[in-house]
Design a protein around this ligand. Structure first.
Ligand SMILES: [Zn+2]
Length: 334
């Protein structure tokens, strides 16, 4: 038998070979370490071979792909949340909660596929939080797919409103906020909620505190710890004034345009131009910043040089570009 050789095929990939009698043979590639699969229980994340890029930003692991007009999907696996769904890559399908910023195809095309793939990987139906304006169209889309496929892919479509919190799990919420892009577009901040004993109760014993609680005394302060803010697509806007955005440890923000003569394009499409960034950085002085949504038109090196010139060398210390990969042979470096 002769055929095509696939070095390290993806597990589950259909391998085709052709015999001397010109017959096609199909088999499914097994999961092996060679093709990048880990045997960690419960893990479906491929190692190193995906088209998603991995960044660790302030100890938050972010897996994503973002190219303007093509695809944007940003997964934060440890918090079980994915911002936008792009074309629903495998890594995103394993995540239970998707926050969809707006309905442009490069951010939203994979919704139906996301819902449908959840069943295939043995996961419970997925949840997609989205701007209210998109809820009905997405439900209709799923109905059309049910008609096409002959069965319905289960999933939850949840309309959300700016500044109305959504609970993801105990002590973890996501807070939507309006951004400056297509109709109803939202950004999202992932917030951990903690409870801290009020100073006046320090030194009390466990039973004493329990009694106070039973008597209806509020013995703890509620503290919010914003972890990641994702703006989706947006031009500059008042969203940078929100306290929870300013306090985020990580800011994932788009910056689509870098050329001087692309300012008009930026404002026409309601996107960021590099010249808009200093104002954002000034408003959000402590966050680590991850830039998304570059275009293929703009070379990464040019974008970074321009960025450095515009924001200054010191600010570059806290800025990373999602799609920048470490140099070959040094893929472990972040
Ligand atoms: Zn868009």
């Amino acid at each position: 038998m002769w055929g095509v050789k696939y070095p390290n095929p993806q597990p589950g990939a259909c391998l085709v070979s052709v015999s001397k009698t010109k017959q096609l043979h199909f088999r499914v590639a097994p999961k092996t370490e060679a093709n990048g699969w880990t045997n960690r229980p419960g893990s479906l994340i491929k190692l190193g071979m995906g088209r998603l890029n991995e960044k660790i930003v302030d100890n938050v692991r972010i897996l994503g792909f973002s190219m303007a007009g093509e695809e944007t999907v940003i997964a934060v696996p440890e918090y079980n949340v994915c911002f936008d769904i792009g074309r629903a890559p495998r890594e995103a399908v394993t995540i239970d909660n998707v926050c969809l910023s707006h309905g442009h195809m490069d951010h939203a095309a994979g919704i139906a596929y996301y819902f449908s793939q959840r069943g295939f990987i043995g996961a419970p139906p997925g949840r997609v939080f989205l701007p209210r304006i998109l809820a009905d169209p997405v439900k209709r889309l799923m109905n059309v797919w049910a008609e096409i496929e002959g069965h319905h892919s289960p999933g939850e479509v949840v309309a959300v409103e700016p500044l109305k919190d959504v609970k993801l799990r105990r002590n973890l919420i996501v807070r939507p906020f309006s951004v400056n892009h297509a109709g109803g577009a939202l950004g999202f901040t992932l917030i951990e909620q903690r409870h801290k004993l009020k100073p006046e109760f320090h030194g009390k014993t466990g039973p004493q505190l329990a009694k106070l609680k039973m008597d209806g005394v509020k013995i703890e302060n509620d503290i919010e710890m914003p972890i990641v803010t994702y703006t989706g697509d947006t031009a500059t806007g008042r969203f940078i004034e929100h306290d929870f955005v300013r306090a985020s440890r990580v800011l994932i923000i788009e910056c689509t345009f870098y050329e001087k003569d692309h300012k008009n394009r930026a404002s026409a499409g309601r996107h960021m131009h590099v010249d808009d960034l200093p104002k954002v950085l000034e408003a959000i002085p402590d966050a680590k910043v991850l830039l998304t949504h570059l275009t293929r038109r703009t070379e990464l090196r040019f974008a970074k040089e321009t960025l450095k010139r515009v924001v200054g060398e010191a600010e570059m210390e806290r800025i990373a570009v999602l799609m920048e990969r470490p140099p070959r042979g040094d893929r472990r470096r972040r």
